[in-house]
Design a binder for this molecule. Structure first.
Ligand code: DGJ
Length: 719
């Protein structure tokens, strides 16, 4: 046997033709998207940045092209930018529609590309069907990919669009899927499955994403976690019905796609009219931490992003529910100010006929039977204490038992003569009706003009079921969603500085469409810290921490009846927009001092939370949770370790604290629970300990021995 080095290498003939390829390469923030435009424009790569070398990029296009196989079409189909059945694509079509009774065949050919920096728009046209589509594709500085499309009817008869999705390819060996699901009080919990041939489809038909929505659909290498494992994911930035899917074909294509879910007859384009899809956002990373950091960077770079320190908030809902009394609320405000609260929010129950949840939605005037002098006495009291005032509203809803419904029964969304099934005794107001819209907008403007309201807690407590309008009951979810966006934009424009919280039975409307025009989201009505751990972790896949409302609970959680310590509740609420949901008038002085101490800590660390990146340790121990926020420049980090139940190990084994700069040294400090002077027996907690980022991430530290439902806070500061 000759030595390996001696084996003659086969020689390639010099005369082979060099195949050609035209391409568009968009690259920014460490991400590349490569589109082969030689035929039907097709994304051949989405992920790590590619070298911007024409020969290499052409070669990638060419080597990505499939071969013809037996039993198939002569040109093996690939997922084009707007793949349709008529062009030979046999997976889920990205574009579907028809003109009149027939004419559903669509074949769009590329007619023009406009390129600017790392963005491009592809104009595609179908002559025979007389439609023009424009697909916008951009890679932003954060490395996030944005994709959206417009479809215009160039014909002289109506064209019904039935589906428009946008897709991004995933590596074939990304064979594990992650998405989220849940229900009220348990939103955005993860579920995983094998990404086998076929389609994994998640739809929302609720007129809002819903508690069960997948905030991110991700495909990654088997076992990918937060810290490692190549993973790609998409999010549909839309607050109405949506569809998101992962598909793997027997032809070697695997991709993620998403878009708006269109109801029958919802988008019928008259001649010259156009439909614009929501943005589909795609991110990738070596682990979910890197993937989500791109979303956070992107969101934080927007000019409207809330950047002033997030005011510590007290929300009155669980403190008083509908039992509004000026004396009680002013007493609550006094204690709130004493412990350091900066924003006092009056929840549901202040307006006409709203003595419980059966009536009044739509009657947006202060109820004089409860508030004889309007809200002024409370608002004046709150602002005199140096706090901002916030007010709860639910503008998209109407109770049949309201003056508004009695005066304008035709303003209720319904697909037929009878009303849709009730939910919380309420129906949905038809905001696409210009009269209804103006009425609600003027009521909100009037409130914002009369009172110094810094913040609206904007609720939305029912799914849009059979949401139609007009005499034929035409489906109205899309129009309703656009009207809500218009209303939010109008209020923001006319009341500069106004902040709006996006709440929907807790976290039933968590999407970056609404979070582009609001300042935070109430991630769940569950204030149970243990339930909140997964909820906050997975909401944080796309939502930056400072946009997630996290509140201290009443010691016995109202929704779960679990009794928890103040320390657990506060530690779990640390990495977000901090608040309180608790009747503080029932607390003693010592408890208030402990709350105040946590609030002092919050105020110290909130710049870190507003600019840093969340990290999560992939732990083998299901009884523990370890997460942190690492400063953008890796100069510091804060970690919270939560003992959920008892661990197999006692004392617990070392926990790795990832995300810091590898060779940098950090001084480690176990923070005593604010308000508690007790010292841990843990040896390193008594010493001056310095570790490198590498040691923290790979070796880890012994956490303090915690009892179940106890948390510890560790600070790492660069030395
Ligand atoms: C549902 C919200 O999620 C709660 O926080 C509270 O505002 C109630 N609605 C009020 O009706």
């Amino acid at each position: 046997m000759p030595h390996n080095d001696d084996v003659p290498l086969p020689r390639f003939p010099e005369t082979l033709p060099r195949p050609s390829a035209d391409y568009v390469h968009l690259s920014s923030g460490g991400t590349s998207v490569l589109v082969d435009i030689s035929g039907t424009p097709t994304i051949v790569h989405w992920g790590a940045a590619l070298e911007d070398d024409a020969d290499l990029l052409r070669s990638i296009c060419v080597t990505s092209r499939p071969q013809r196989v037996s039993g198939g079409l002569d040109v093996t189909p690939r997922l084009g930018l707007l793949a349709t059945g008529a062009e030979g694509w046999l997976g889920t079509p990205l574009l579907e529609g028809h003109r009149g009774a027939g004419g559903s065949s669509l074949v769009l050919r590329l007619v023009r590309i406009r390129r600017e920096g790392s963005s491009a728009s592809f104009e595609l046209h179908d002559d025979e069907r007389a439609v023009t589509a424009t697909v916008e594709l951009a890679v932003s500085d954060s490395g996030l990919v944005r994709q959206r499309a417009t479809l215009r009817n160039d014909g002289d008869a109506p064209f019904e669009l039935t589906s428009l999705l946008l897709g991004l390819p995933t590596p074939w060996d990304a064979s594990e899927l992650l998405d989220t699901t849940g229900h009220h009080l348990r939103e955005r919990h993860p579920q995983r499955r094998d990404f086998t041939i076929g389609t994994h489809l998640r739809e929302s038909r609720r007129g809002r994403p819903g508690a069960d929505a997948s905030v991110l659909l991700a495909a990654g290498r088997p076992g990918f976690g937060f810290e490692t494992g190549l993973v790609h994911g998409i999010h549909v930035a839309w607050s109405g019905n949506h569809r998101v899917l992962a598909e793997r074909t027997n032809g070697g294509e695997s991709f993620l796609a998403g878009g708006e879910l269109l109801l029958p007859g919802e988008v019928i384009l008259s001649p010259g009219a156009a439909y614009e899809s929501p943005w589909i956002l795609g991110s990738w990373g070596d682990g979910l931490t890197e993937l989500s950091a791109r979303f956070h960077d992107e969101w934080r770079a927007r000019p409207q992003h809330p950047t002033r320190p997030r005011p510590v908030t007290l929300n009155t809902w669980e403190a008083v529910y509908f039992d509004h009394s000026l004396d009680k609320l002013t007493a609550l405000a006094d204690i709130a100010a004493e412990v350091g609260v900066e924003r006092f929010v009056l929840d549901d129950g202040w307006f006409m006929h709203r003595r419980d949840d059966t009536a009044g939605l739509g009657d947006w005037e202060v109820d004089p039977s409860v508030w004889p002098n309007g809200l002024h006495p409370l608002v004046n009291h709150v602002t005199a204490l140096g706090m901002e005032f916030g007010l709860w509203v639910e503008p998209e809803m109407i109770n049949p038992d309201s003056d508004l419904a009695r005066e304008h029964p035709d303003w209720i969304l319904r697909g037929r003569d009878t009303l849709p099934p009730v939910a919380r005794q309420q129906q949905v107001l038809d905001l696409a009706n210009p009269d209804a819209y103006r009425h609600i907008a003027s009521r909100l403007h009037a409130l914002l003009d009369e009172y110094p309201i810094a913040y609206l807690k904007w609720d939305h407590n029912r799914d849009l079921v059979d949401a139609g309008s007009g005499s034929g009951g035409a489906a109205r979810v899309r129009e309703q969603t656009l009207a809500v966006y218009r209303l939010l934009d109008e209020l923001k424009r006319d009341h500069p500085g106004l902040e709006i919280e996006n709440c929907a039975s807790g976290g039933s409307r968590v999407d970056l469409g609404i979070l582009d025009r609001t300042d935070r989201v109430w991630t769940s009505d569950s204030l149970d810290p243990l339930e909140r751990l997964p909820n906050q972790r997975y909401t944080g896949l796309v939502v930056p921490p400072e946009m997630m409302g996290m509140h201290l609970t009443t010691p016995t959680v109202h929704s779960s009846r679990r009794t928890v310590t103040l320390e657990l509740s506060a530690a779990v609420a640390l990495f977000g927009h901090f608040g309180i949901e608790w009747d503080l008038t029932t607390t003693d002085a010592a408890t208030r001092e402990r709350i105040a101490a946590w609030i002092r800590l919050i105020k110290r660390i909130r710049p870190l939370i507003a600019t840093g990146h969340p990290v999560h340790t992939d732990l083998a121990d299901p009884a523990l949770d370890a997460r942190g926020i690492v400063a953008d420049d890796a100069s510091a980090a804060l970690f919270v370790i939560t003992q959920i139940t008892s661990s197999a190990a006692y004392p617990p084994a070392r926990v790795r604290l990832p995300g810091l700069s590898p060779d940098t040294r950090y001084r480690l400090r176990l923070l005593p629970a604010p308000g508690d002077s007790g010292q841990s027996e843990l040896e390193w907690a008594q010493a001056d300990i310095v570790l490198t980022g590498t040691a923290l991430a790979t070796v880890g530290v012994r956490p303090p021995t915690l009892v179940p439902q106890q948390a510890a806070v560790i600070e790492a500061i660069r030395v």
